[in-house]
Design a protein around this ligand. Sequence first.
Ligand SMILES: Nc1ncnc2c1ncn2[C@@H]1O[C@H](COP(=O)(O)OP(=O)(O)OP(=O)(O)O)[C@@H](O)[C@H]1O
Ligand SMILES: [Mg+2]
Length: 271
Amino acid sequence: MTSNDAAAARDLPQFETTSNPILAAPGEPLVIVENVEKHYGDFHALKNINLTVNKGEVVVVIGPSGSGKSTLCRTINRLETITSGEIRIDGKELPSEGKTLAALRADVGMVFQSFNLFAHMSVLRNITLGPTKVRGRAKAEAEAEARALLDRVGVLEQADKMPAQLSGGQQQRVAIARALAMKPKVMLFDEPTSALDPEMINEVLDVMVKLASEGMTMIVVTHEMGFARRAADRVVFMADGEIVEEATPHEFFTNPKSDRAKDFLSKLLTN
Ligand SMILES: Nc1ncnc2c1ncn2[C@@H]1O[C@H](COP(=O)(O)OP(=O)(O)OP(=O)(O)O)[C@@H](O)[C@H]1O
Ligand SMILES: [Mg+2]
């Protein structure tokens, strides 16, 4: 948490969050996490996690460092196995390995804090790789779609450059385009702006807000409270591996129920 977060939050338009439908549920359940437990050896990282994300819903996950936010994202994408419980994406349980896993994992787009672009490939190739190799798309078609996606995130003119030639904000927008190229059903973002210089944070958040408004189902781990207020249907607050509280952004920011959340929010405001 930095003062930049607070500054960015102030700079964003503060939309009237009370007009959000209560725990907006525009669609059917898309991601269902049920009684999930995760241990790393003796360490209990996720404790009885239950979370349902509906189609088109934007859920922001916040909480102190070490509370299990990244672990939750990684288990939803099966980058991490679970000890017990069940995770279903669009009605299908995620297997722990194999071909079905590869197919189902492609339904979940993931954007990390570090941009994770393939350094030795052009921006365009970064985006067409998945669709041509995993989805079996023809090269020309994949390239046309990749250009359309780059245009959508505002970096079309960077298509033929190498990742290192782009700014952090541009790279992160390419990473978003790359995830979208797989036509995921849900997008997971794990602190997508934390590694960015302050002046680049909003260009990435703007792309995410646009995605949200277009109806993408999103789970977003972020400390950007401005984004949560602006785009989230629901805030999930985690502490010590548990979901402690779930509420609309308006409810959560104006009237947090738990002491943990009150404490967390007070630190955010004073930092
Ligand atoms: N591979 C691992 N082996 C052992 N412990 C791990 C592993 N990955 C995470 N943990 C532990 O699990 C807990 C949750 O980690 P996680 O990365 O999910 O937290 P987080 O909420 O994302 O924190 P941050 O805000 O710092 O990113 C931490 O205590 C961490 O040390
Ligand atoms: Mg994390």
